[in-house]
Ligand binder design. Structure first.
Ligand code: DC
Length: 234
């Protein structure tokens, strides 16, 4: 008999949504590590489709992008370097963060059929629980029955400052005002698209992280998760 409670406890689905720069990915990664769950960055999947389209060098045309999306292979793998994104078996983890991809990803992710294909993949990844998934529609569309839903927010100045620090720390120059404009533009696009717009699920717990450190926000979510896991496993 397995006496290790961690192995027999039912594993839940944790959905973390929120606007750009709210700290979803970093929080989700820490939470997944603490619970020994799998972390899935769904934004990376939309970014990989966008990169594939940029590489094709074709005009923006929904049919082209849908065709492409049906024929590419996107995988997320957990390695010693953290979660890596592969496009047709090639590691594109850095390339999908380029400003070109960032500027084009919102219109690509608004195409309903692209969403249908990726949401299907995301549901398969989480069907057995034990997953922390971050994105824009995880609590509303991908896993509406997730046992824990968190919606992270932060004021625009804080979000722009976090992105700015991230870029500067990589040794790249950046302008905080253009970062702020890019985030606002993306938020507007992601919240106003017709198919599964960025929206807080009715039963999601909203956390404003403007005045929280990363470890405070991660610990807060870990606490919420442990409470849900205990409740389910009594
Ligand atoms: O989280 P991110 O910045 O890497 O996401 C990139 C874009 O992908 C974001 O602007 C909107 C889109 N996205 C989405 O529409 N649905 C998701 N579940 C995740 C990301």
């Amino acid at each position: 008999m397995d006496t290790n409670l961690e192995n027999i406890a039912k594993k839940i689905v944790i959905a973390i949504d929120g606007p750009a720069g709210s700290g979803k990915s970093t929080t989700a990664k820490i939470v997944a590590e603490a619970l020994k769950y799998i972390y899935v960055d769904t934004g990376a999947m939309y970014r990989a489709v966008t990169l594939a389209w940029i590489r094709e060098n074709k005009e923006y045309n929904e049919d082209n992008i849908i065709d492409l999306c049906k024929n590419i292979d996107i995988t997320l793998e957990n390695t010693s370097l953290g979660q890596r994104t592969f496009l047709n078996k090639q590691d594109v983890s850095e390339e999908i963060r380029s400003s070109e991809v960032t500027q084009l990803v919102s219109p690509v992710s608004a195409i309903p059929k692209v969403r249908e294909i990726l949401v299907d993949m995301q549901r398969k990844m989480g069907e057995n629980g034990g997953i922390v998934m971050d994105g824009r529609d995880i609590g509303t569309v991908v896993f509406p029955n997730a046992e824990l839903k968190v919606f992270l927010t932060a004021d625009i100045k804080t979000r722009a400052q976090r992105r700015y620090n991230e870029i500067i720390n990589k040794g790249v120059n950046a302008d905080i005002n253009s970062i702020e404009q890019e985030i606002l533009k993306r938020d507007k696009y992601d919240s106003s698209r017709e198919t599964s717009p960025l929206r807080q699920a009715d039963d999601a717990i909203e956390i404003d992280t403007s005045n929280m450190t990363l470890s405070q926000q991660a610990n807060y979510v870990i606490g919420l998760a442990k409470a849900v896991i205990n409740e389910i496993n009594v």
